[in-house]
Design a protein around this ligand. Structure first.
Ligand SMILES: [Cu+2]
Length: 264
């Protein structure tokens, strides 16, 4: 179920991460990066505005802004789009290094090709074929690959309203078949600032592959491994509004991610 293309994508992303870290003279941070200072004109929609998925990364163009999430790497800045030409600029890592690309649409597929980019490694991640991906929504179905609020991607396995509960259980699992890596459920819906005793279980049995996983909530400093059959209970706190993501740090690149979200 781990396709060759996914492995190649992971290697490319890893290489780009290394290049970017080297260029910046520091480590690659997992936190959200600034979006720079958008120009006054950088607020209008472009013909390629939308959410795209490469198989390992999610890219969003929206009203003059771009944001790309590839595993732990988050990049964002402003875009200028003209027919066939795309310019990325004002990225926090590379504030003075614009990248110029050509773009073409075929059906719903967007192909981006690097022409010139002085930000080392960025062209490796941005260039290629991008398919549309839907954001997580009320119409998401089990098995769908969806983009979470923070642009991690996840294989959706349902949501659970825990707003009146003190605790619940979630599985970090690999089921046989395509898109087998997931959390079940993928979304926990709670009340603002609610605390929840969350038991994370790595299930074993005929329907699951027995491998070890991790449970990470970077926003809350949580990260621990789980051997097959092991479980651990941890207190998580819902945000005041919106969502925070959790994922398995080993398999987020295969869609093993989810979110704690506050309704409304
Ligand atoms: Cu995992």
């Amino acid at each position: 179920m781990i396709h060759l293309q996914e492995r190649r994508g992971s290697l490319l992303v890893g290489l780009a991460l290394l290049l970017l870290a080297t260029a910046c003279g520091g480590s690659v941070r997992s936190g959200s990066q600034g979006t720079g200072s958008p120009a006054a004109s950088a607020t209008s929609p472009s013909p390629i505005d939308g959410l795209y998925f490469s198989g390992h990364s999610v890219l969003r163009f929206q009203k003059g802004q771009w944001k790309l999430v590839a595993q732990a790497l988050r990049m964002a800045g402003t875009i200028d789009v003209t027919p066939g030409r795309l310019t990325l600029s004002n990225q926090a890592f590379c504030p003075n290094s614009a990248g110029t690309y050509s773009w073409a649409e075929s059906g719903k597929k967007l192909t981006i090709t690097s022409l010139s980019d002085r930000c080392p490694g960025r062209d490796v991640i941005v260039s290629g074929s991008w398919e549309p991906i839907s954001p997580l929504s009320a119409v998401s179905k089990k098995g769908d690959q969806v983009a979470l609020d923070d642009l991690l991607f996840a294989t959706y396995q349902g949501e659970r309203d825990v707003s009146t509960k003190t605790g619940t259980e979630i599985h970090v699992q690999v089921k046989a078949g395509a898109n087998g890596y997931s959390f079940s459920p993928t979304v926990l819906v709670g009340a603002p600032r609610q605390q929840l005793q969350l038991t994370v279980l790595n299930p074993v049995g005929a329907n699951f592959e027995s491998i070890f996983h991790d449970f990470s909530v970077p926003a809350e400093g949580i990260s621990f491994d789980l051997l097959p059959g092991q479980q651990r209970t941890v207190t998580v706190t819902f945000p005041a509004s919106g969502s925070i993501s959790f994922f398995c740090r080993y398999h987020a690149k295969y869609g093993q991610a989810g979110e704690l979200t506050v309704a409304g």
